[in-house]
Every structure is written in C-alpha cells, then in structure tokens.
Design a protein around this ligand. Structure first.
Ligand SMILES: Nc1ncnc2c1ncn2[C@@H]1O[C@H](COP(=O)(O)OP(=O)(O)OP(=O)(O)O)[C@@H](O)[C@H]1O
Length: 750
C-alpha cells in the first residue's frame, strides 16, 4: 500500500509513539532494563536491548540488500549462513531441552503487557435456536401467496420455507406500494425477501404463460449493490429464479467490462437491472437506450456500505432521474401495468443501522415502513437505537482471545493448526486483516513456496488464481487433508477476485481465505464455518458484517476476534451488544496447536525438537519465521510493508472506538514481532507524527471556522472521522481513505 500522504484526523501529540506497557516476566534486572529503554524511547525487547541505532541500521541495510548480506530468493545456502549469523546477533543463546546443544531462542513470553480483565472459565456453550433460519412454523413459501411457479422455482433451489424477514417483507411488497426500510441480521435472506415479490408482480403481467411481456417491455426493477461482487452475486440469484421464465431477462452492469457491451445489452432490452452505483449513474447520463419509464422498484441493497463507499452523489443522481421520469401506465403493446405498484417503490436494505443509512433513507424513501424480523427490532429501528439493531445471529458462537502483540503470529498459526486438524475435511474459514499489504504478507508466509496453481490446470480460472490460491504450510496437520490458502483484496484485478472467490467457494478441501473488508459485506458463501478477525474491524458495524459471513440461514458458525491486552480489552464490552463472546486463552491455543508435530516449509537453523514444551515450540516457530525473512528479501519487504500499512490503518478506527484502538498504546517493537521482524521498519513513527501534526493543524483551522463547521462535524456519520469538513476535501479524504486500505480498487467503483 502506498503512503499517499493521507490526512488522518487523529491526535498523537508531538512526541514519538511510546510504549505504555507494564513489563512482566523475566528477572527484575531484565524488567528494569526494559523500563529504562522504554523511557529512552528504544525497544524494550531482549534482543534489541543494548544495541545502538547505528548497529541496528547497519544490519537493516544488509538485510535490505544494499550490503554484504543481500540474498536473492532461493539462494538458500548463502541465505542460511546469513540467517545463522543474524540469529547469533539477535537471538538469545541457551541450552535447548533434550538437545544438549546450544540453541537460539526468540523471547516471546517476557515483557508482555498484562491482561487487565479476568474472565470466568469458559462454560460449555449451548447453541441457541437460530434466528435467521427458515421458519418451521410456516408450511412453505406458497402460504405467503406468491405464485406457484415461483414456489416451484424455489423448490428446485432447495428452498421451502421463508425466513422471518421474508415472512415480513414478501406480503408487504405484494400488497402495498409504500417504500420500505428492511433491516435484518446477516444471512437472513434479504435478497429473496425483495426479489420474490418483485418477480411475483411482474409475472402477473405476463398472465398464465401467455408471454405478453418480453425483454424489451422495459426495466421493471433496478437493484443497486455497492460492489461488483455483490452485484454479480445478486444477479446470479436472480438468474436462477427467472430461469423457468425465459421471456424475462436480467443483466448486471458493474463496471470492469466495456461500457459498449453494457450499452448493447441495455439496447437489446432487460427487465431487471443489477448495478453498482457509479456505473448506473454513468449509463443514466450517457446511454439513451436506458429508459426509466417502466421502473417500479428501486432496491438499495447494503445501504450502509453504499454510503460508506461515498456513493451518495451517484445515488442522488439515480434517485432524481427516476423522480423526474413520468411513470408509464401501459406498454406500447397495450399491456396494462396495473398489477405493478401505482408509484415507484424504493426499498432500502441493511443489516446494520448507521447514521449514514438514515441519511440514505431520508434521500430516497417517502413514508417508509420499517420492516425487521422481530417487533423489538422494528421499534429500535424507528427509535434509531443503533446498538439494539446491531445483532449477530444468535446461533453464531463468538469468542475473543487476548494475545500480546509479540505472540500474535505464532498464536494465529497455532489456532489455525488446531482448528483445521479438529475439523479436517469440511473446514472453511475466513481471516479478516486490516489492509491489502498485511493480507499479502500473511498469504506469502503461510503458503508452501511455489505452490500456486492448486485448481486443475485445465480450469479457466487456473491462470487467474495462480497467485491467489496455494497450499498452506504450518497449519496443515499430518493427519488432515492439505489446507488450501486463498487471498483476496481490492488491489487485485476483477477477474482474479472473481476466480479466487469462486475457487474458495467451490473448494472441497479444507480452505482458508485471507482477506480485507472487501469480503465483509453481503458475500454469501454458505459453508463458511469460522470467521477470524485477526485485526479488529474499523467499526462495530463492520464487525457485524464480517462475522455474518458465517452462521447464515440458520447454519451454525464460529467467530473469534484477536485483541491486544490493554485498551483493546475495553472493546469486549461493545462486542456484547451482538452476543456475549467467550474467552479463549492464548496459552491453551498455543498448547493445542503447537504440541502436534510442527513442520517448516523452509529450512532454517531453528528447528522444533522433541521434548520442547509449547512455550519453547512457540519461540522456535517465531525464530524460524524471523530467520526465514532474513534470508528472503521479497518476503522481508512484504513484512515491512504489511507492518507499515497495518499501523496506518490502525489509526482509522472510528472516532468512538478509538478509545479502544488507541495508536499511542501500540508497542511498535512488539507489533513488528507479529510480522516476523526484529525491528519496526524506520519512518513509521515520523510518518504518523507528520500526519498527526497536519491533522491537528487542520482541526485547528476547523475550530477557527466556527460553530457552523463544528456542528457539521458533530452531525456527520461515523465515517466523518476520516473526513475533512469541506466537500471537496471530504471527497479527497474518502478517496485516500479507500486507497489507504487498498480500497481504491477494493470496491471497484462502477
Ligand atoms: N428461505 C430460505 N431458506 C433457506 N435458505 C435461504 C432462504 N432464504 C435465503 N436463504 C439462503 O440464505 C443465504 C443468505 O441469504 P442472503 O444473502 O440473501 O442474506 P442477507 O440477509 O442478504 O445477508 P447479508 O446481510 O449478510 O448480505 C443464501 O445462501 C440464501 O440462499
């Protein structure tokens, strides 16, 4: 991720980042030394203590490839020598148990900040009744009075009974012409909830099979989705539903394809249009064949995301264009459009209820009916009570794990190793990370080197996935099938993203997707068993969407979030709004994950030995990872980029949640360890300081602008904390914010 000079609105003060940690473990002498070095602003890690900056930067230079230590990838012999030298410099020599030989260790268990919260021992979790499942109390979809032809089409898709939100929305949209705000949990079937009544009413136009309407009868519904993936997914569902009615046509216009081809399709005629907002606005301006006179429904799916991504202007354009067009009452063929609503209906869907969704509602809805799965949620939505409507499906089992920064990487590996060995064949998991560089680093580290090309070579996806799908090292247990790794983020090209998702979705082996928030919304991969938030989401609403990729449509699922000891522990209180998470101890995770045989894909001097306890195994694993990076300049660079991008992304947590994710509390040296680095890469603190200073200058200017601007800031949505008060500046910041998290192309503005 490029450092694009984004202006971040956070205050760090003038000074450098200081470790605000209490040191525990080790001898009092070690602790004293660590406190002292912390005071002086140097790293308090064992291996760093006592080194002056010159020595360290000299080493850094060698590793950078400018000095005698330069090694190309694959130059393993020279590399191994170099690693041995480096570890002798950095590591701590002691006698390894059971070996008698002198062994180097990377200290992980001392100088860690203390966990502040104590939790009761985990009691056995009993899965409650699912809240987003099809209702057993309703006989079938037919009892909602939708067309038997549609009921048959649903049966072919193995869908028999409606979910609670479908039971609410379908009758409303069948009988009423009023706008609606649909709010329901993730995975509760909102897509069918709006598609089925629309199709039912359109099918009424064509009579009982006499096909009086066809593809050039006009567009009846426009469905707007925030990302290309979501638009394509919705289009796929729609295609399946209309397959028995070949005279109806749907298309997706999502960008990433030539506009000419899209125009040609629009000219040929479509009845249902699924679009991303940017592309829709573009065609409204430039495509004469796009006739809006017959459009009776505008569906805004994933409302909060549409706003988060800055599509307000594009949406306004579409809404206004629809308002200005006179509604046709009949087709040129004389067919009356009476079975359709007598006005244009807008339906806004969201699983979460943020301020910006309310703003979108004000822009697009008139006298809307709130429709939520449960009465209590409807009341909360009407009262605009954000917490009450940020619920996760009840059957989703949530856990949190408080891990000191130094131990994050080895704990992640141990956790993955133990869950994949436990659940073997069926396991599908997603890990969310803060930004694209972090995803890339972890993917490269966790894959078996040169193991791309996992799908069958004949598949047309093989080429597109050769750099995003690979066999996993470290986390595959000998007794279980090989885990297949996937990576996905917005900096990848669209064909690569599509092929990678398809591969993850279809993968019959245990599989893991490492991704950013680009995969957090709306994506429907029904068989995901586990979601890991290795980096917590930037807002609570994002957290709800991320964990909602599992436990869909009544299925069970697990979600675990990694938090740092200290201020991040306070986030657990907030998490309770979506269901109480159970505590998981990192010690037990390490024990479970590391006590089975550890295999390293690349040889280094650090090797697990029989008789080591799990602390020693964790330190051996860490040392191995550090050594690996020292002999592999490509991955070392990726680690540094990942670290820097992660620190910058950390500063973009929403203003309300920054009390838990306080960048001044981060111990950069410890965070570096989680990237297999022995030193935090230079320049990060200075970069942040510069930006922070600019941020505070700007906030000073803002204050001087007076009460009006201040009021605007107060009124703004939670996204405003990454924005400047003026409109162009806000747009610029939004753009930069997207770029910051590799989101410029992350969301492929259509
Ligand atoms: N009545 C039903 N019975 C069984 N499965 C269903 C039913 N309705 C929807 N599903 C399935 O549930 C899954 C989730 O549906 P959908 O993607 O529409 O959820 P959503 O509410 O939009 O979720 P999100 O808010 O995460 O986007 C899909 O795989 C869909 O096929």
């Amino acid at each position: 991720m490029a450092d694009d000079g984004m202006v971040m609105n956070f205050e760090l003060g003038g000074g450098p980042l200081k470790p605000q940690v209490k040191f525990t473990g080790g001898s009092w002498r070690d602790r004293k030394r660590a406190q002292k070095s912390a005071k002086l602003g140097s790293r308090p890690t064992v291996e760093g203590a006592g080194q002056d900056e010159d020595q360290r930067s000299a080493k850094r230079q060698r590793v950078d490839g400018h000095g005698p230590g330069r090694h190309a990838e694959g130059d393993s012999e020279r590399g191994a020598d170099f690693a041995r030298k480096k570890t002798a410099e950095h590591g701590h020599a002691k006698k390894g148990p059971g070996s008698g030989s002198r062994q180097v260790v990377s200290r992980l268990f001392s100088f860690n900040p203390e966990q502040k919260t104590t939790f009761e021992d985990e009691t056995e979790w009993k899965e409650p009744e699912p809240t987003n499942a099809p209702l057993l109390t309703v006989a079938n979809f037919g009892s909602l009075t939708i067309s038997s032809r549609l009921v048959d089409a649903l049966a072919k898709m193995n869908l028999e009974r409606p979910t609670a939100i479908q039971q609410k929305v379908i009758p409303h949209m069948l009988s009423s012409s009023s706008d609606a705000f649909v709010q329901a949990e993730t995975g509760s079937g909102k897509t069918f909830a709006y598609l089925l009544p629309v199709l039912h009413r359109v099918l009424q136009l064509s009579g009982s099979g006499d096909r009086r309407i066809h593809r050039d009868s006009g567009i009846f519904a426009i469905i707007v989705a925030p990302t290309r993936e979501l638009a394509k997914q919705t289009h796929t569902v729609l295609e399946q539903l209309i397959r028995p009615f070949p005279w109806l046509v749907s298309t997706a216009i999502t960008g990433g394809e030539s506009k000419k081809a899209e125009k040609a399709r629009l000219r040929k005629g479509v009845n249902f249009l699924v679009a991303t907002p940017g592309r829709l606005a573009d065609h409204i301006d430039n495509t004469k064949a796009l006739n809006l006179g017959t459009v009776r429904w505008l569906i805004l799916d994933e409302g909060d995301r549409l706003m988060d991504l800055g599509f307000e202007e594009d949406l306004k354009k579409a809404i206004n264009a629809l308002k200005q067009v006179q509604l046709s009452k009949s087709l040129s063929s004389g067919v009356s459009l009476d079975p359709l609503p007598d006005r244009r209906v807008t339906v806004l869907c969201s699983a979460t209820m943020k301020m910006n969704v309310q703003k979108l509602g004000e822009m697009s809805l008139a006298d809307a009916t709130f429709l939520a799965a449960e009465k209590g949620d409807e009341t909360a939505a009407e009262k605009k009570d954000e917490q009450a409507v940020h619920k996760a499906p009840a059957q989703l089992h949530q856990s949190h794990i408080i891990v000191p920064a130094k131990l994050r990487l080895v704990t992640l590996i141990a956790y993955l190793k133990s869950v994949f060995s436990r659940r073997g064949h069926t396991m599908k998991a997603i890990i969310f990370m803060s930004c694209a560089d972090t995803v890339d680093f972890h993917y490269e580290l966790l894959k078996i080197p040169d193991s791309g090309d996992v799908p069958p070579p004949a598949s047309k996806d093989a080429e597109n996935t050769s750099k995003t799908v690979a066999k996993a090292a470290y986390i595959t247990s000998l007794a279980s099938p090989e885990v297949v790794l996937h990576r996905m983020h917005g900096s990848l090209s669209q064909p690569v993203r599509t092929a990678t998702l398809r591969s993850f979705s279809a993968c019959k082996s245990p599989s893991l997707l490492i991704t950013t928030d680009v995969s957090s919304r709306g994506l429907d991969i029904p068989s995901v068993d586990l979601v890991i938030e290795y980096d917590p989401a930037f807002s609570f609403a994002d957290h709800i969407h991320r964990i909602g990729r599992t436990a869909r449509a009544g299925r069970s699922g697990d979600a675990v979030i990694f938090l740092l000891p200290g201020t991040e522990e306070g986030y657990i209180e907030l998490l309770k709004a979506s269901g109480t998470p159970s505590p998981l101890s990192y010690e037990s995770v390490l024990q479970k994950g590391l006590m089975s045989k550890l295999e390293f894909p690349v040889e280094t001097t650090a090797k697990p030995e029989d008789g080591q306890n799990y602390h020693q195994k964790a330190e051996t694993l860490q040392l191995h990872l550090e050594q690996r990076l020292l002999i592999d300049s490509k991955r070392l660079e990726m680690a540094r980029n990942g670290f820097k991008s992660h620190i910058r992304a950390y500063a973009t947590h929403t203003r309300e949640e920054r009390v838990h994710f306080d960048i001044t509390q981060l111990h950069l040296g410890h965070v570096a360890k989680a990237y297999g680095l022995r030193d935090p890469p230079g320049g990060i603190g200075a970069g942040i300081d510069r930006k922070a200073q600019k941020g505070s200058k700007d906030s000073g200017k803002r204050a001087a602008k007076g009460a009006k601007t201040a009021k605007k800031d107060d009124d703004d949505s939670e996204d405003s904390d990454r924005q400047e008060p003026t409109k162009p500046a806000r747009a610029m910041l939004m753009r930069k914010s997207r770029m910051l998290m590799s989101g410029a192309s992350e969301f492929n503005i259509g």
